[in-house]
Each structure stands twice: as C-alpha cells, then as structure tokens.
Design a protein around this ligand. Structure first.
Ligand code: NDP
Ligand code: 8X3
Length: 252
C-alpha cells in the first residue's frame, strides 16, 4: 500500500533525503520548506525519477496560522496522511549562555519546538479521525546530553524529547505510533546554518572522522515505518561510529 508521507524541511539535508527514500518506495510525498525554488526542483525530480505524486507546500513552520491554513486547505485526497516527519529545524550560533544572541534563541525555540508542535497540532487530528498514523520527530543527541555552548539548541531538542513522549501517551488510544529519531553529527547544511554561512567553520566540524550522511538518517526513518502494525520504535539514537557521546569523537 502506498503511504502519504509529509516531510517538513525537505529542501535540504535529512528532509530531502527522507523524501527521496520514501519516493523510491513509491510513497506519495507532501514536501514542505520555505525555499520554494528548491521545493519545486525536488517535486520535479521525485515525479520524474520515481513516478510518484508530490504536493509541494511552501510555508514557515513558525507561523501557526500559516500551518493551520495549509493543513486545513489540503485537498481531500491528501488528508489521509500516514506519516508525519517533523524534521524542520536548526541550530543558530554557539555561544556561552551569557553571550547568547536573542534572535538565535527565538529562531531555535520557535522552529524546533513550536513549529513541531504546530505541525503536530493540525496533522494529528487527521490521524486521530482515521485511528491510524505515525509521527516521527527528529530530535538529536543534543536532546540527550548537553554540551558546552549548546545551551538553547540542546534545550530545544530536550523539548522535542519530552514532547515526543507526551505525544505518544496522548495518542496511544488512537493507534498512532510516535517515534523520536535522535541523530549525532551529520554533514548537511546544519553547521553552515549554525555558523551563519561560515563555510570554513562548518567544514571543520566534520574534519577527521566520517559523519553520518543525510541518507543514513533517511534509511533509519524509513526503517521505523516498515515494522508490523503492533511494533513501534519509541526512540532511536544513531551516531557515526567515530562518535561516542555528544562530546566524544575519535578524530584522526
Ligand atoms: P539542514 O539545514 O540541511 O535542513 C534543515 C531543513 O529545515 C531545511 O529544509 C529548512 O528549509 C528547514 N527549516 C528550517 N527552518 C524552517 C522553518 N522556519 N520553516 C520551515 N522549514 C524550516 O539541516 P539538517 O537536515 O541537518 O536538519 C534537519 C533536522 O535534523 C533539524 O531538526 C536538526 O536540528 C536535526 N539534526 C541535525 C543533525 C546534524 O548533525 N545535521 C543531528 C541531529 C539532529 P528552508 O530553509 O527551506 O525553510
Ligand atoms: C545536531 C548534532 O551535536 O551538533 O543536533 O548538536 S549536534
């Protein structure tokens, strides 16, 4: 059976790789993000290379009324969402707490926690009505262990960890699976965004070891959707082999 899979943040990194992975398996995709040119390029690619149906929706997950309007206005045939991947997110800056940049803090909390909540708030009722669905939240090792100067990003991902647990408890009676995938270091546009476009600083993060790729994470997200109806992965932490905790790496 083809599923309908909604992936937030599909214009880059994990989200794009996740969309491609589900398309390879002939699932139908709702792809979202703020960069419409990238969304339309991905839509064309998925339709052409995998012959699947794709709906591209350009909006900012931080805007609750935009999220509500977009989900409520979904064409009827797209409302039967089987899988929601709450992936859109970012780190902004890496400063000690007393030097933190307030705008960075707002962006992280508004996107990683509130954006994920808005998506869940408006998609979950569609799943509740069908007594069927799977919500997959992309957390992080940063939501398991705090590291120096990670303060607010870590806080936002600890928030995702808690929200995921709470969501699972509230939705268990509706036969809805809720999973957190918590990756370690992965080479996407994540560090470029974190360091406000400083490519050299971003590249340094991944020097001396082999980080996860977006495809590694996509494989994992896909895997948790392939299990029998009565089996759910609650929480899955994956790291590069060369990473042992949020602060321990073996670099050569
Ligand atoms: P990327 O920067 O490559 O991708 C982030 C995606 O999020 C983009 O598609 C971006 O789309 C989207 N996004 C960001 N802000 C918004 C917004 N306000 N509204 C809608 N979409 C938004 O990074 P990753 O793929 O690495 O990150 C994906 C998720 O994985 C994030 O939640 C991140 O915290 C998490 N993560 C990343 C790890 C890593 O090491 N890379 C490890 C663990 C977790 P656009 O700009 O077009 O809106
Ligand atoms: C991204 C991984 O270690 O940079 O969530 O926080 S880390």
């Amino acid at each position: 059976m083809k599923k309908i899979v909604l992936v937030t943040g599909a214009t880059s990194g994990f989200g794009k790789a996740i969309a491609i992975k589900f398309a390879e398996n002939s699932d139908k995709l709702i792809i979202t993000g703020r960069r419409n040119d990238r969304l339309l390029d991905l839509k064309l690619k998925l339709e052409k290379e995998y012959n699947t149906e794709v709906l591209a929706l350009c909006f900012d997950v931080r805007n609750s009324s935009e999220v509500e309007k977009t989900i409520v206005a979904l064409p009827e045939k797209w409302k039967a969402i089987d899988v929601l991947v709450n992936n859109a997110g970012l780190a902004a800056g890496m400063h000690p707490i007393h030097e933190g940049v307030l705008d960075d803090w707002e962006r992280m909390i508004d996107t990683n926690m509130k954006g994920l909540l808005y998506m869940t708030r408006f998609v979950a009722p569609l799943m509740v009505a069908r007594k069927k669905g799977h919500i997959i939240n992309i957390g992080s090792v940063a939501g398991k262990e705090v590291y120096p100067n990670g303060n607010v990003y870590c806080g936002s991902k600890f928030g995702v960890d808690a929200i995921t647990k709470g969501t699972r408890i509230d939705l268990v009676q509706y036969n809805i699976k809720v999973t957190q995938i918590a990756p370690g270091a992965a080479n996407t546009e994540f560090s470029l965004v974190r360091f406000h476009g400083d490519q050299e600083r971003a590249d340094n993060v991944y020097k001396g070891f082999k980080p996860l790729s977006a495809e590694d994470v996509a494989e994992t997200v896909y895997y948790v959707t392939t299990l029998p109806d009565h089996v759910n992965i609650n929480d899955l932490v994956l790291m590069p082999t060369a990473q042992a905790s949020s602060m321990h790496f073996y670099k050569v």
